[in-house]
Design a protein around this ligand. Structure first.
Ligand SMILES: [Zn+2]
Ligand SMILES: [Zn+2]
Length: 332
């Protein structure tokens, strides 16, 4: 009896250890990455290795090189720079299409071969054809800078198969904030979401310039990025999490904690102790861009009331940096 009890105890302990190991293995982490970067292989000013070095030295976990209409090879870059769980370069491309002079650009995150601009008879058709071609080449598409050249409207994006688009892009000529009667990229997001369509927001650098003195008038690195939740830093895991919308956007605000489910959204913001530490305003936003709640705490939260079409959060730091969560569509 004693022996059998010992073995029962042992097997319970082993099972517990196993479950613990599985839980640790399956534990997700947040990986910081930029999905929109240029090198001298298109209109950037620096060689791929210099660009990759910049992002690695600035504590990014991954970088997508997205030259115009060309896939820059990344195997050699990964041989030189990749570190398990710490840094990875992903291949990609900016498919550079146009319609009657208007720029229609999409990033293919993770594409391994060049995708030619597919063209089409309308902007929604071009977006859909390019997005399909990117998926056929193994990538996940995201539409770029809707207000660059005032090219893309909410209605056109909503009428395409696009499931991701840039709500913030660091290039100085892309008109993120709208104006003159044209909506901001974030207002375009709410217009699309308010039709009931799930579309994920992306923040990127669109970096071109690494060799000049810092200037707000230049397309420099380190301005906008995403934090992707994945169990490991591999191209497959990052692409899958990005595809299903398991990420948030930042221009400088990063969360200590973030959980969203069908009952609530909870964020934990960094609470500094010095008198220089930033403070925050968090806006929970719903249909038509309406502010459903403002929460000024370090642990902003929103409980669903049951009548929301969707809820997303925008966090504003007292220093001007921002973060945006993806929309949550609660099940009715
Ligand atoms: Zn572009
Ligand atoms: Zn670009």
């Amino acid at each position: 009896m004693i022996r059998r009890g010992f073995f029962v105890l042992l097997s319970v302990l082993l099972a517990a250890q196993c479950a613990e190991a599985q839980a640790v293995a399956a534990q997700a982490r947040w990986f910081r990455g930029n999905t929109h970067t240029h090198t001298i292989n298109s209109d950037g000013d620096s060689a791929p290795d210099a660009v990759v070095r910049w992002y690695k030295e600035h504590r990014y976990h991954f970088l997508v090189i997205s030259d115009h209409d060309a896939v820059t090879p990344v195997d050699g870059l990964n041989a030189a720079f990749a570190a398990p769980g710490k840094f990875l370069v992903l291949s990609g491309e900016e498919v550079t299409d146009r319609f009657e002079g208007a720029p229609v650009h999409l990033i293919g995150v993770g594409t391994r071969e060049t995708v030619p601009a597919q063209g089409g008879a309308s902007i929604p058709e071009i977006l859909t054809r390019d997005a399909r071609a990117i998926r056929a080449a193994g990538g996940v598409p995201h539409v770029n800078h809707p207000n660059f050249g005032w090219a893309l409207t909410a209605e056109q994006i909503a009428a395409s198969e696009a499931r991701h688009f840039e709500i913030w892009n660091g290039h100085p000529l892309v008109n993120n904030r709208g104006g003159g009667g044209s909506p901001s990229a974030e207002e375009i997001w709410d217009k699309i979401l308010s039709t009931g369509r799930v579309i994920f927001g992306v923040a990127t650098d669109d970096a071109h310039t690494f060799r000049q003195e810092y200037s707000p008038a230049l397309a420099m690195a380190g301005r906008g990025w995403i934090l992707v939740r994945a169990t490991e830093l591999t191209a497959a895991a990052i692409l899958a999490a990005f595809d299903r919308g398991d990420f948030y956007c930042s221009t400088g605000v990063e969360f200590r904690g973030y959980e969203a489910n069908e009952r609530e959204i909870r964020i934990e913001l960094p609470k500094g102790t010095s008198n220089t530490a930033p403070r925050f305003r968090t806006f929970f936003i719903g249909k038509d861009g309406a502010v459903l709640k403002q929460d000024d705490s370090f642990t902003p939260a929103y409980q669903f009331q049951g009548n929301e079409l969707y809820v997303r959060a925008r966090v504003e730091s007292s220093n001007g940096a921002m973060a945006w969560t993806q929309p949550v569509f609660p099940k009715k």
